[in-house]
Design a protein. Structure first.
Length: 166
């Protein structure tokens, strides 16, 4: 398995990965068939992302297929450019095999190089594997937001988690 920065050539595979994640887990934001991004839009998005100094998507690749990603999206203004919001998705077949750790390790190296000070994310409180990974990578729970998501007709709470890079 290899972790690297996303490229425009990954657009189709990245869309496929995201659609698979939407199908196989309820921990992602989008529900199955809700994702409407086309190939041209995805390429344009990747192009703009690669032009941003404080944003990047890291992909985990196994046998020429994307099996996971970690998106790091930096603040747009002077007051929040040092903040990066994270979103991760890993195919279930590759869960528990070190993919998440590898993605976070690469992202944190990059974050330190580009001057990021704060990493933050949200996670459903019942996502035990996710919370465990984030704690392992040095994140702490800063608070709980009640009823932030509606999943299968039920309101779900989320933890706000963060890590300060010194």
């Amino acid at each position: 398995m290899r972790v690297r920065h996303i490229t425009k050539r990954d657009a189709a595979n990245y869309i496929d990965l995201c659609k698979k994640l939407d199908q196989e887990t309820k921990f992602m934001m989008l529900e199955p068939n809700e994702r409407t991004t086309n190939l041209k839009e995805q390429r344009n998005y990747i192009q703009s992302l690669l032009g941003a100094a404080n944003s990047m998507v890291f992909v985990a690749e196994h046998e020429d297929k994307l099996v996971g990603y970690l998106g790091a999206y930096g603040g747009e203004f002077r007051r929040n450019r040092h903040n990066v919001y994270l979103v991760i998705g890993i195919l279930q077949q590759f869960a528990g095999r070190g993919v998440g750790t590898a993605l976070f390790t690469e992202m944190e190296k990059w974050a330190r190089q580009v001057g990021v000070h704060r990493l933050e994310l949200t996670v459903m409180t019942h996502n035990i594997a996710g919370v465990s990974l984030y704690k392992k990578m040095g994140f702490t729970i800063e608070g709980t937001a009640k009823d932030t998501l509606l999943v299968d007709g039920n309101y779900v709470d989320e933890y706000y988690m963060a890590k300060i890079l010194s």
